[in-house]
Design a protein around this ligand. Structure first.
Ligand SMILES: CC(C)(COP(=O)([O-])OP(=O)([O-])OC[C@H]1O[C@@H](n2cnc3c(N)ncnc32)[C@H](O)[C@@H]1OP(=O)([O-])[O-])[C@@H](O)C(=O)NCCC(=O)NCCSC(=O)C[C@@](C)(O)CC(=O)[O-]
Length: 345
């Protein structure tokens, strides 16, 4: 049995904090997770200046929600150790939000003290993301506890965050398959997602952490979750290990989901999901939605600039000593090179 929560806030406050950002019916919000999910699994040390520059460039390209890092144990995820410095150093843009991942009270305390030390307006961050998983095996690997215990631990953290005016987003990992225990029971995904919403999360991001979900599986999973959680409170988070991530994004949109997590250059992966590749590349989502009934929201002329994102994808990949894995990013760059060569002739 998973615990049930009531966060007991005054209705007026609850409505504003639970606000979902997809206002127009076909407006799609991108949560850019590159600086967090994208970089957390990197082996080499990435300087704070590079992480901050990545966030600044994403802001310049029109990205309006940038997950900036994590306040987790540096023993568990060393790459996220400098998040406070990164947040303080990154260039900030009006209307852009910078959520950070928090696993426990210690993580929230770190956010609270960062905000107290940097009384900027707007604040360095106004949102935390908490996370758990649909299986005990994955939750043990990622949080050193069971799913039910993680929810028990996260409830007071969420209450404390809401009480200090922070928004709280939730993640459920391994919504299709678990690297440790195999196929996942979608009723369990539904119950964990509902527990997070009942706790006070304004949105729950459903993670195909392993990246092996097919559109048919994603569809079946969403049908189950929607029985208990309104689709306005759901987001999609698809890794691209088997090349189905863009299709899964489109499937989620057809189900009414309007917030999609994506990672610049297709960076990333959870350190506790062996063999999984990065998130769906933000460039690939932007390209796939061009000319469709969906409009991607952003701060650059109302959207996100695909050409600029392609440059950022290549820039950060080069910083990491590799090439961008975004299919659209590679194709657009190859097209540009062909055009440059033609212009020289
Ligand atoms: C939750 C714990 C800490 C439990 O880990 P634990 O070892 O049970 O915790 P503990 O309370 O015994 O603490 C161990 C040490 O960590 C310290 N510590 C404890 N908490 C913090 C903190 N917040 N910030 C900094 N330090 C902390 C604590 O002070 C102590 O230090 P020591 O006394 O040994 O020197 C650990 O399991 C952890 O940090 N896990 C995070 C793992 C993680 O970040 N995973 C990746 C993110 S999730 C993800 O990628 C999936 C997602 C969201 O993208 C969606 C998807 O794709 O599915």
């Amino acid at each position: 049995m998973l615990p049930r929560f009531r966060h007991g806030m005054a209705p007026a406050v609850r409505i504003s904090r639970r606000r979902n950002y997809a206002t127009a019916s076909n407006q799609v919000n991108i949560v850019e997770v590159g600086p967090r999910d994208g970089l957390q699994n990197e082996k080499g040390v990435i300087p704070v200046s590079v992480k901050a520059e990545l966030i600044s460039r994403l802001g310049r390209a029109g990205v309006q929600i940038i997950e900036a890092g994590s306040f987790v144990s540096p023993k568990w995820v060393p790459q996220m150790a400098g998040t406070a410095e990164v947040l303080a150093k990154a260039e900030r843009f009006p209307g852009v939000r910078y959520p950070v991942l928090v696993p426990n009270q210690k993580g929230l305390d770190a956010v609270t003290s960062l905000l107290a030390q940097n009384p900027a307006s707007p604040p360095l961050t106004d949102e935390i993301s908490i996370f758990t998983a649909a299986t005990d095996a994955f939750t043990r690997a990622n949080l050193n506890t069971t799913t039910a215990e993680s929810l028990e631990r996260l409830a007071p953290v969420t209450r404390a965050a809401l009480d200090q005016g922070l928004r709280v987003r939730g993640y459920v990992s391994v919504v299709i398959a678990c690297p440790y225990s195999g196929p996942v029971d979608y009723a369990r995904v539904r119950d964990v997602a509902k527990a997070l919403v009942d706790m006070g999360c304004y949105e729950v991001s459903l993670g195909d952490t392993v990246g092996m979900g097919t559109p048919a599986q994603v569809s079946e999973m969403l049908e189950e979750v929607k029985k208990s959680v309104p689709v306005e409170n759901l987001a999609g988070h698809f890794h691209d290990t088997y090349g189905t991530a863009v299709s899964n994004v489109l499937t989620a949109l057809e189900h009414g989901i309007r917030t999609i997590d994506a990672s610049i250059g297709g960076l990333g992966g959870c350190p506790y999901s062996p063999g999984a590749t990065g998130n769906v590349a933000t460039e690939d989502v932007l390209y796939a939605l061009q000319g469709s009934k969906y409009h991607v929201a952003g701060t650059k002329d109302g959207t996100i600039d695909l050409e600029q994102m392609v440059d950022i994808g290549w820039w950060i990949s080069e910083q990491l000593g590799r090439e961008s894995t975004s299919r659209a990013g590679r194709a657009i760059r190859a097209r540009r090179l062909r055009e440059q060569q033609k212009a020289k002739l």
